[in-house]
Design a protein around this ligand. Structure first.
Ligand SMILES: [Ca+2]
Ligand SMILES: [Ca+2]
Length: 130
């Protein structure tokens, strides 16, 4: 289970605070799903990997799901900063959230194909996995 969660952190290259959110607010996508199922659920065009747009759609949904009071900003009470973030990472706007996502995507997409495969997710060191 721990492995799935750590890998889930990488999956969407979700970025901002994911590992923490897993503890505080289990994302639906990771609930009881295997990594394979998670990738499959994000891989809308079924080409076997998660491209930037597929990942971005997912991070947008996550952002809005976390923004409980709907003010287009996610603050610390809605999603505490993750292990890799500084306390100043909150509140975060959707734009900042997406910037962080793009950076994470590039980090996970080791072969720079613009599409994240299951292998890339699996071989990536777990985010905040201490
Ligand atoms: Ca795809
Ligand atoms: Ca908010």
């Amino acid at each position: 289970m721990k492995r799935v969660m750590a890998l889930a952190a990488a999956v969407a290259a979700v970025g901002v605070g994911w590992s923490c959110q897993v503890a505080a607010d289990p994302p639906r996508a990771a609930g009881g799903m295997t990594l394979e199922q998670l990738v499959e659920s994000l891989d809308r065009n079924a080409n076997g990997c998660i491209d930037r747009e597929e990942g971005r759609n997912y991070t947008s949904r996550r952002f809005h799901a976390l923004d409980a009071n709907g003010d287009s900003s996610v603050d610390a009470s809605e999603a505490p900063p993750g292990a890799e973030e500084s306390p100043e990472a909150r509140p975060v706007s959707l734009e900042q959230w997406q910037d962080a996502y793009r950076a994470r995507f590039t980090e996970v997409d080791v072969d720079r194909s613009g599409c994240i495969t299951l292998d890339e997710i699996k071989t990536r060191p777990a985010a905040g996995g201490r």
